[in-house]
Design a protein around this ligand. Sequence first.
Ligand code: 1CP
Length: 323
Amino acid sequence: MRQAGRYLPEYRKTREEAGSFLDLCYNPALSAEVTFQPLRRFDLDAAILFADILLAPQALGAKLSFSAGEGPVLEPVRSMEDVKGLKLEGAADKLSPIYETVSRIIEGLPAHVALIGFCGAPWTVATYMVEGGGSPERLRTRIAAARGEAWFDALMDMIIEVSCEYLARQVKAGAECVQIFDTWAGDLGDGLREKYVIEPVRRIIAGLRARGADVPVIGFARGLGAAQEEFIRETGVAAAGCEWPLPVAEMARLTEFAAVQGNLDPAAVMAGGSFLRDGVKRLVEALPREKHIFNLGHGFKPETPIENVEEMVACLREFDGAD
Ligand code: 1CP
């Protein structure tokens, strides 16, 4: 999950130095610096590339800005005419500063730390493009999907294509694993999940393999609940990211099909104390270590106390004990 970010004062400083969030994303030296920041503080086994899932739609030609305190704002895509205004050709090239960031990270990364690249899953990226930013219910997008609108399917195809190329180039630059973030996967029920969550992720993995990128893929399809098993089996992800409301017993069951990642409640890290310790212990005890990537069930909140993150990592090392 996100591990850099606003809970770290050094991140806020670098972001200020960059000028804006997007300037930071497109600055390889500063993005690499931000990727390293959590590693200097905490004993972590992996780093996640600093970038954002919304850079891919921007590369397709959708105007993007981040307004202070309000999150992302995108020029909405709501018709075939809008889709035709986007351009797939050359889109992955516009993301070259990100591949440069990956190369720089690899140069400075300790050998025992893995680098995870990432992109947004087509469904989640499409929701931001159709809604024009974050939206509490994403109804416009869900209705377009339920109607099987031709423009919506064309948009999904474009996002799938750019994502294959974007991830393959991250791998070529040195990413050792990639994660596909489907934050809004839980929006879709039977009849739509297969077409807009499972099939696009399956196609991205096939596209990666066709380009010779042979790294493990983590699928974070948030909110799938009982459909996680189907997602794992049909997409072929090596690991499934699990959000915190998923019971640990269900995660243990899923290890029959793939590795699992997660799923500590970000609020437990904010709370600290015995709830945090017990949460870490529960995960370590319930899941086989060769099938479990310890992580949060979603990204760190900006208000998270740094000493609680230190405590979380210390507990993990203590309970895990194998290293
Ligand atoms: O500095 C700031 O104010 C910006 C905060 C921030 C950060 C640190 C945003 C804005 N993006 C990021 C980086 C980011 N985003 C990473 C890099 C790794 C790291 O921080 O260590 C990653 C992996 C993401 C992924 C991402 N961006 C997701 C998927 C994962 C998730 O958290 O669900 C999503 C949905 C986004 C979109 C996004 N980026 C930023 C915001 C405010 C949002 C919108 C969130 C929403 O609609 O609720």
